[in-house]
Design a protein. Structure first.
Length: 154
């Protein structure tokens, strides 16, 4: 467990978040690194990288403001997990998959992401669901809609 450039309280919070993230696979290495110019009790941002006993990895990040209230900074989707797109173009599929990944601050490793159109999905608008399945079998489900005013109607 390593913390670099972050206050002890932030390090403890991040470690506790990983410990209680719902994964059935134990974390064997956790690295919390300041991702801002400086990290203090009042403000900053951190990147959290976790290595699990089965060799899987997860990454997340978050920041906090002068009011000391956490502010989510979504991490990019893991490169190893390409979303499964059903009835939706790749651009909107990836966007919906990335949005779904911002839901948990300390996610367990991801097994799959399925983005499914549940209505008519064309460049201008669409609606559907995203299901993120984690290696421990737990899932996050979300509904979404989009409208691109500048896109052709379909």
């Amino acid at each position: 467990m390593t913390c670099v450039g972050v206050p002890a309280s932030t390090c403890s919070e991040a470690m506790e978040g990983v410990r209680t993230n719902g994964s059935t696979v134990p974390a064997v290495a956790i690295r919390v690194v300041c991702a801002a110019e400086a990290c203090t009790e009042a403000e900053g941002a951190v990147a959290v990288d976790v290595l699990y006993a089965d060799g899987s990895r997860s990454s997340s990040s978050y920041g906090w403001s002068a009011a000391n209230q956490p502010v989510e900074i979504p991490a990019p989707p893991p490169v190893a997990v390409v979303p499964i797109c059903i009835g939706i173009d790749q651009k909107h599929c990836r966007s919906m998959a990335e949005s779904a990944l911002g839901e948990r601050r300390f996610p367990p490793p991801i097994r799959s992401i399925v983005v499914r159109c549940t209505g008519v999905c064309v460049p201008a608008k669409g609606k559907g669901t995203t299901v993120v399945t984690y290696n421990d079998g737990s899932t996050d489900n979300g509904d979404w809609t989009y409208e691109d005013a500048g896109a052709p109607p379909g």
